[in-house]
Design a protein around this ligand. Structure first.
Ligand SMILES: Cc1ncc(COP(=O)(O)O)c(C=O)c1O
Length: 396
């Protein structure tokens, strides 16, 4: 039997649906008619199987406190085994309302004020706030941009660790540089973590969007030694476009670390959970395999389409095709514009809205981050808008 085919080309009007991505430019920035390509959610509905499951639960009408069913945990265990070849146990699992809350809980639970925490910048900006807003000290181990590729600087990492360093927060696959870390990179990183007695928080929320030729490896699956000191944070939210249902997963094989995590969650009153998030995750992991495979193929098509468009028609902008994630960096340094003017150019002249490079770290001065998780037709319109604005800029 042929697998069901899903349609990712169908346009979806998300305006006035309480969508941060779609309503922000008009309602907050006051700029109308902008194609939003910033915050990481997708302009595709969740898989029909997920929508059906949520509708069915909604029709029941009573939305009281949930009790998480065993089938929820089983769906996570099966998904990790089948898709990532990682055998996890029920006793390692707990839940959270999101990966960002978990980042903060990890910092609060496992480190003390004044401790040093390493991040590999440029990186998803809540990594910085989770450290600094909790009174810990950021140590940057910047990625190196060499031969059009971002790489870890593990020699620099070794030099930066000292007696006050407690933790490293990893982004794998990496937002915003789009790297899917290789086995060699992850093994060396794990060795450094173990040798220096550090804890590792690994944010793997982008693990499902990985393109041909690359493979996501959960770092905790590499050895029992690294598993014993790793807290893996992930979710079905990015993959299946259900972030508004605020449900994420925390995987902690070390029992002592798991207990400490759970106490902090209880103290913060975060144990309840979102009833629709539970239902959606189980439907996504239970029935979403074919959908995600087709989605990744579609996203890869978008990446290739954009790469070619920039190369042939907008050579001033260098498009960095990612190995994973539906986010791509645009290297706009050839314009020589200061960042605020560059942002203004895209927002007000081209009428597309990106995340500005420097919010992820000073390494991305002159870059923008583009979200390509949308129907091809919308992507085409955005690229044409950019081309028109750049043509005007060229002749000005
Ligand atoms: C690396 C990374 N971690 C976490 C998140 C957000 O996670 P959550 O919505 O579960 O807090 C994002 C969203 O863009 C992300 O890119």
């Amino acid at each position: 039997m042929n697998a069901r085919r899903y349609d990712f080309d169908h346009p979806l009007d998300r305006r006035n649906t309480c969508s941060l991505k779609w309503d922000f430019c008009q309602k907050v920035l006051g700029v109308p008619d902008v194609i939003p390509m910033w915050v990481a959610d997708m302009d595709f509905p969740a898989p029909p199987e997920v929508v059906e499951a949520v509708k069915k639960r909604a029709e029941h009408g009573a939305y009281g406190y949930p009790l998480v069913p065993d089938s929820f945990w089983t769906s996570i265990i099966n998904w990790m085994k089948n898709r990532h070849n990682w055998e996890i146990k029920r006793g390692w699992l707990t839940r959270a309302p999101g990966v960002v809350p978990s980042l903060n809980i990890c910092v609060q639970t496992y480190t003390c004020p004044g401790d040093k925490i390493i991040v590999q910048s440029p990186v998803y900006y809540p990594f910085f706030s989770a450290v600094e807003n909790n009174g810990r000290r950021i140590v940057k181990n910047p990625l190196i941009y060499k031969d059009n590729r971002w790489q870890m600087d593990l020699a620099d990492l070794r030099r930066k660790i000292d007696g006050r360093t407690r933790m490293l927060i990893l982004c794998s696959p990496h937002n915003p540089v789009g790297r899917v870390w290789s086995r060699e990179e992850l093994e060396e990183l794990a060795e450094i973590i173990i040798t220096n007695d550090l804890l590792l928080v690994s944010d793997e929320i982008h693990e499902e969007h990985v393109y041909r030729g690359y493979k996501h490896l959960p770092i905790a699956s590499l050895s029992p030694e690294i598993a014993n000191r790793t807290i893996t944070l992930t979710a079905a939210s990015k993959a299946f476009n259900i972030a508004g249902l605020t449900t994420s997963i925390v995987i902690i094989p070390n029992e002592k670390l798991l207990n400490l995590y759970n106490i902090q969650t209880e103290n913060l009153g975060l144990t309840t959970g979102n009833i629709f998030g539970l239902v959606a995750l189980e439907a996504a992991y239970g029935q979403g395999q074919a959908w995600i495979e087709q989605l990744v193929e579609y996203l890869e098509g978008n990446m290739e389409f954009a790469r070619r468009f920039f190369e042939e028609r907008l050579p001033e902008i260098k498009f960095l095709k990612p190995e994973g994630t539906y986010l791509a960096l645009l290297d706009c340094r050839s314009f020589g514009l200061p960042q605020p003017e560059l942002n203004d150019f895209f927002l007000k002249k081209a009428r597309v809205y990106f995340d500005q490079g420097p919010i992820f770290g000073e390494e991305l001065e002159g870059f923008e981050r583009m979200n390509l998780a949308c129907p091809r037709q919308l992507l085409t319109e955005a690229l044409q808008r950019i081309e028109k604005a750049v043509t005007e800029l060229r002749s000005s």
